[in-house]
Design a protein around this ligand. Structure first.
Ligand code: PEP
Length: 253
């Protein structure tokens, strides 16, 4: 399966800075075709960044979306609007949105279904907190997030869905003390996610769905993580902000 390395820039970069980073990435990642490469700038920079990377091997994604198409929903952005500014992907259900913006499995599900209806690829983020892991509940938590998040999604639409396993205790941006999951812990959970996809859909879907790892992925640990059989890529926060470090991750396995 072709791996995907996605950079989530979160609430960082002015339009000028985003364009500069994208322009640098365009040069240093030129010619890489055996991996999919995705960058997710803030909404404000999507249009300009699109013009920089259009026609290259770098895909564009947004960090969130709303489920309605249009109307009186101040502050929201619809899937069609993201496509209009060149987005191929959208990240849905990131733990920061779940924690700070009351994102629930139900709203995640609405956003996924609405995006799929508009043929926008989605990255569904799942992952447990430290407390949940300490209590041994990590599999129950992730299973619920998958089940509820993917409720009503058709098997045929799963080709537009990527899962990102991001244990909250491993996410470094926001907490520099956080460490990545061990490769064993990550692999074990990825295998479990595939098992759940098999139950929710079928074997073929489980085998062909990309499952990204997210949480302190860096140039020095990407190789070991990507060597795991069920890790098909990475969702990178902090280390994606600098073009050179993101490129090292893309090229590092
Ligand atoms: C993230 O929040 O998606 C993430 C993986 O962050 P970081 O790489 O900084 O741990």
């Amino acid at each position: 399966m072709k791996p995907l390395i996605a950079g989530n820039w979160k609430l960082n970069k002015t339009v000028e800075e985003a364009v500069e980073t994208a322009a640098r990435l365009k040069i240093i990642l030129q010619g890489i075709t055996d991996k999919d490469i995705l960058i997710c700038p803030p909404f404000t920079a999507l249009d300009k960044v699109h013009h920089v990377i259009k026609g290259t091997n770098i895909l564009l994604g947004a960090q969130d979306v709303f489920w309605e198409e249009k109307g009186a929903f101040t502050g929201e952005v619809a899937p069609e609007m993201l496509k209009d500014v060149g987005c191929d992907y959208v990240i849905i259900g990131h733990s920061e949105r779940r924690e700070y913006f009351n994102e629930s499995d139900e709203t995640v599900n609405k956003k996924i279904r609405s995006s799929l209806a508009d043929e926008l690829n989605v990255i569904l983020c799942v992952g447990e907190s430290l407390e949940q892991r300490k209590a041994g509940k990590q599999e129950t938590v992730v299973e619920q997030q998958l089940e509820k998040g993917l409720k009503g999604v058709k098997k045929a639409d799963m080709k537009f869905v990527t899962i990102a396993y991001e244990p909250i205790w491993a996410i470094s941006s926001g907490n520099p003390n956080h460490k990545p999951a061990t490769t064993n812990d990550a692999q074990e959970m990825h295998k479990f996610i595939r098992y759940i996809l098999n139950i929710l859909f079928d074997d073929k879907t489980a085998e062909s769905t990309r499952i990204l790892y997210g949480g302190s992925m860096k140039p020095d640990n990407v190789k070991e993580l990507m060597a795991q059989p069920d890790i098909n890529g990475g969702l990178v926060g902090g280390a994606s902000l600098d073009a050179e470090s993101f490129a090292k991750i893309v090229k590092g396995f």
